[in-house]
Ligand binder design. Structure first.
Ligand SMILES: *[C@@H]1O[C@H](CO)[C@@H](O)[C@H](O)[C@H]1NC(C)=O
Ligand SMILES: *[C@@H]1O[C@H](CO)[C@@H](O)[C@H](O)[C@H]1NC(C)=O
Length: 509
């Protein structure tokens, strides 16, 4: 009788100590690439060292993320989780397995880890399991804004960013924080499951000067890029000519006709009113006289290279500060990567910098660089700009910003053309420039780039210079063509700037 009671009591005790596992009620949120702990514990605490602990996903009970059995982790992890998963403590106070803590540690998170994980614990007489939800997020790259002038005076601004998860929302705003309507937004998904987003909006200067584009996740994390369109619009017609070569003059012609028509109407009224014309020039003739002025100076907006060249200075490469993997010609004008230099990797070779021997701390200075030689395609890779005098050693990519004294335009092969401003401005320049003009207006804080062959203004970077700045060149790696600094033919009348020319008087290479 007594033994029966003991057996029944034993059974009762066995069943009353059935396992219960607990997990946090809310999802765990973690970034791609980071390490996360998925807490799971036995409650009330019980030594789990002799139990089976199985972490698995969905219905993959037999292909676990992690399996602990017979006192050790079994070598049966599903391939994508091998070497990434382990048992861990859910907090510093945790007593570990002995205390029933069976939390999972997962490293190098991927988008594919998004979703639920089952925490299954089994003893000899009972088992229990719960589900932990893991939410993966990925904060994408800094948005890159690229402007493209439209025929109607507005600018089409594109904003791109990649590496997002889940799909971010995008918002365009003006400098006063007013929302701007996106013209269109498209998403695409890469092999890594992450989202790339491209959005565009068309704005005019009256809508906004400073346009901001921001991508955000529901968690509130966001990345923002800004672009000041003032320089692009106000220097307007010359920029827009790259997309509207023909419409510029037509618009001018239309404008001229409109003025003619108005003047004509005015003349007609005058005529009708007075009923006779007394020695007054017909309105149409006035228009004809005005036309050439308007067309060349205001509307067509081709740059005047001769005018730019009045500021020409002779630039040579400073041998002293030349990167050892670069080669420069005897006359210090032609630059390229050394023959033995073997560039590996995708990244632009930012370190291959050369500096001009001339320093500028006021005035306007202009120089031209040849990026193509006869029968050889134009260079794909280059950096051209200016750098603050003392900055020759910081060639770490992250240090190449205007605030650190670098201002430049970079051609990165098929990836396009970028400024080093924050955020960078991406330009689509086709065809590739064969000859680039650079105008440094120190006092106005402007660095302008021109396509000399096509007589086009490309872009102006506005900044404030301090101390002296020197020309910056980087010929990239692997191009056939060299980077050659030209001796600009100076116009007849002497340049207004009194910059001393270098004594290096080697003849044109
Ligand atoms: C896991 O690590 C072992 C040795 O530490 C290594 O041999 C194996 O290739 C790794 N497996 C994976 C999938 O990375
Ligand atoms: C603006 O540019 C995008 C491409 O970046 C293009 O898809 C869109 O049609 C353009 N919009 C206008 C109004 O030109």
């Amino acid at each position: 009788m007594l033994s029966i009671i003991i057996v029944v009591l034993n059974l009762l005790i066995e069943t009353s100590v059935s396992l219960t596992v607990k997990v946090p009620p809310d999802p765990i949120v973690a970034h791609v690439g980071s390490t996360v702990i998925l807490p799971c514990w036995i409650s009330p605490p019980e030594n789990a060292e002799a139990l089976e602990i199985r972490w698995y996903r969905h219905d993959q009970f037999n292909n676990p993320v992690l399996l602990y059995n017979h006192g050790k982790i079994q070598d049966t992890q599903e391939e994508p989780y091998r070497n990434r998963s382990s048992l861990t403590l859910r907090s510093d106070q945790s007593g570990g397995l002995k205390d029933g803590d069976v939390s999972l540690r997962l490293e190098k998170l991927r988008v594919q880890d998004d979703g639920s994980f089952h925490c299954y614990v089994s003893g000899e007489h009972s088992y229990d399991s719960e589900e932990v939800v893991l939410k993966i997020t990925a904060l994408g790259s800094a948005p890159v804004l690229s402007p493209k002038p439209l025929d109607d005076g507005r600018v089409n601004i594109s904003c791109e960013s990649s590496g997002w998860y889940p799909e971010p929302s995008i918002m365009w705003t003006s400098d006063e924080g007013r929302a701007l309507r996106p013209g269109g937004t498209s998403h695409s998904r890469g092999a890594d499951e992450m989202f790339s987003v491209h959005s565009w909006t068309a704005v005019s200067l009256s809508d906004a000067q400073l346009v901001s584009c921001s991508f955000s996740l529901r968690s509130g994390e966001l990345k923002e890029g800004r672009l000041n369109i003032q320089g692009i619009v106000s220097s307007g017609p010359s920029d827009s000519s790259d997309s509207s070569d023909s419409s510029g003059p037509w618009k001018a012609l239309f404008l001229t006709f409109l003025i003619c028509a108005l003047l004509g109407l005015f003349g007609l009224i005058l005529y009708k009113y007075r009923d006779k014309l007394t020695g007054k020039k017909p309105a149409t003739e006035i228009c004809k006289e005005e036309t050439p002025e308007r067309l060349t100076k205001e509307v067509v907006g081709d740059i005047n290279v001769e005018e730019l060249r009045t500021h020409a200075v002779e630039i040579t490469i400073d041998r002293e500060s030349l990167h050892p993997d670069l080669t420069v010609s005897k006359d210090c004008k032609i630059l390229r990567d050394s023959e033995g230099y073997n560039h590996t990797g995708e990244e632009f070779p930012f370190q291959l910098c050369a500096f001009g021997a001339q320093r500028f701390s006021s005035g306007r200075h202009y120089w031209e660089v040849d990026l193509a030689q006869p029968n050889i395609p134009p260079k794909n890779y280059w950096i051209i700009g200016v750098v603050k005098d003392e900055n020759f050693t910081t060639i770490d990519r992250s240090a190449l910003t205007p605030s650190r004294g670098f201002w430049f335009l970079r051609s990165d092969g098929p990836r396009g053309f970028y400024t080093n401003t924050d955020p960078p401005v991406k330009l689509s320049l086709t065809p590739r420039p064969e000859r680039l003009g650079v105008l440094l207006d120190y006092d106005d804080g402007q660095l302008s780039f021109y396509n000399v062959t096509e007589r086009k203004h490309l872009l102006t970077i506005s900044s404030r210079f301090s101390g002296s700045v020197v020309p910056l060149f980087n010929p990239g790696a692997g191009d056939l063509s060299t980077l050659r600094i030209l001796d600009c033919p100076k116009p007849e009348e002497p340049a207004e700037s009194s910059q001393p020319l270098l004594s290096n008087n080697s003849s044109d290479a």
